[in-house]
Design a protein around this ligand. Structure first.
Ligand code: MLT
Length: 407
């Protein structure tokens, strides 16, 4: 008899964004003439930048010729891309990351979901609440949690991120082995300073814990005093893995490319406290279960680092940040408390007593406007909604006009 992994039965019926898509499709079916404006899932709407498209085309053209054709590439990514990443994203920030420590992949979602399989089933997992649901769901699937009761899984160390603590998780009272952090944060849009990240790095070094740091939104940081990578913090290379994505940085949500940094200094431990190289383990996992990102996509990603590519993606991010400013100004004028949206594409809005799913339904039904209900990111999100800045300025302007009449 083929038995199921019954941990799946502990999960909520469907993944947050699938659930939202189902509700929106149903609404659209019943209101075929309404123009729905989607500020829910953080999906980019602008075309790939010209420099990126040029790199992509070059890659495709090379595949059309026996002499330049490429078959299987290195699972970890081509050296040309890993070198550009190390030089541009890390060395410029004073972070000494070697190209060998970079693993190119099809995106930060998969890597942040898969990474937990390197750890023992009984490690204590600390997860912020609210946060991107993939961290929690994948640990549930792996059997690291108990049942779901009262909006929470037993056995997880939840780190409440509330208005009162500036949405910054405090060090857990109970010792944690595996700590998820995400800055700029999805969904609250808040950022962490170097001092705040240092507290976490020091904690992880003291406890022999590991930080999984999701920096998928780092390119939205405009405040130069804020860290863009956790490796700007001394000692982080011993205790932190970083996930990065070209999705929001360069519009690759449909193209798929990201990378994970696993420093060679990073150690985890066997039952007797013996050191094990995390880099060697992830390399083993990656080469066994992944066959590399396609060559044209890696060429497109490499073009992000060209002079034109850098200027063009900055312009795209500035465009989305301008949308975010419009959203912030509108919700402020309506008297809502809000957070994020300055160094992040997400604006986290206090519903002023409204339940987040009720707020979501109201906006969908009264304004044909899609947001993300905060409850989907955790119990601490039940009084909030998240509005994303990823759309055209015209649509965001229209969405804000509709918001004004709906609330
Ligand atoms: C979000 O809306 O939270 C993100 O787009 C989801 C993702 O990147 O997978």
């Amino acid at each position: 008899m083929i038995r199921a992994n019954e941990n799946y039965s502990k999960l909520q019926a469907s993944y947050l964004f699938s659930d939202i898509a189902k509700r929106v499709n149903e609404y659209q079916k019943n209101h075929p003439d309404e123009k729905v404006i989607r500020l829910g899932i953080g999906d980019v709407t602008m075309a790939l930048a010209p420099a990126v498209i040029k790199g992509f085309h070059e890659g495709v053209d090379e595949m059309a010729n026996d002499a330049s054709f490429r078959g299987y590439g290195p699972e970890q990514g081509y050296a040309f891309l890993r070198e550009l990443i190390a030089d541009n994203d890390f060395k410029t920030r004073g972070a000494d990351i070697d190209p060998d420590e970079i693993f190119v992949s099809d995106g930060a979602k998969c890597d942040s979901a898969n990474f937990q399989e390197l750890f023992a089933k009984d490690v204590k997992v600390a997860i912020p609440d609210p946060v991107y649901p993939v961290y929690l769901d994948t640990n549930v699937m792996a059997g690291r949690t108990g049942r779901f009761e009262d909006g929470r899984y037993q056995g997880v160390v939840y780190m409440d991120c509330l208005k009162e603590n500036g949405f910054l998780p405090a060090l857990p009272k109970e010792d944690a082995d595996l700590i998820y952090l995400c800055f700029p944060n999805n969904p609250t849009g808040t950022t962490a300073t170097k001092e705040q990240l240092k507290t976490w790095v020091d904690y992880a070094r003291e406890k022999k814990a590991l930080i999984l740091f999701d920096a998928a939104y780092e390119s939205f940081i405009r405040d130069e005093t804020l860290p863009r990578t956790i490796y700007e913090i001394r000692g982080a290379k011993e205790v932190a893995v970083e996930f990065r994505s070209f999705s929001k940085t360069a519009g690759f949500t449909g193209t798929r490319c990201g990378f994970t940094v696993v420093p060679k200094e990073c150690m985890i431990y066997d039952a007797n406290g013996g050191k094990i190289s995390l880099h060697a383990m992830w390399n083993r996992r990656h080469t066994t279960k992944f066959n590399g990102v396609s060559y044209p996509v890696q060429k497109a990603a490499a073009a992000v680092y060209s002079t034109e590519g850098q200027a063009q993606i900055k312009e795209q991010i500035d465009y989305y940040l301008n949308n975010a400013a419009l959203i912030r100004n509108t919700v402020e004028s309506l008297g809502f408390e809000y957070y994020g949206g300055d160094n992040s594409p997400y604006i986290w809005i206090d519903g002023d007593g409204r339940d987040s799913w009720a707020f979501f339904d109201m906006l969908l039904n009264k304004a044909s406007l899609v947001c993300t209900p905060g409850a989907g990111f955790g119990k601490c999100g039940t009084d909030y909604i998240r509005i994303s800045a990823f759309n055209s300025l015209e649509n965001v302007t229209e969405a804000m006009d509709r918001l004004k009449t709906a609330v």
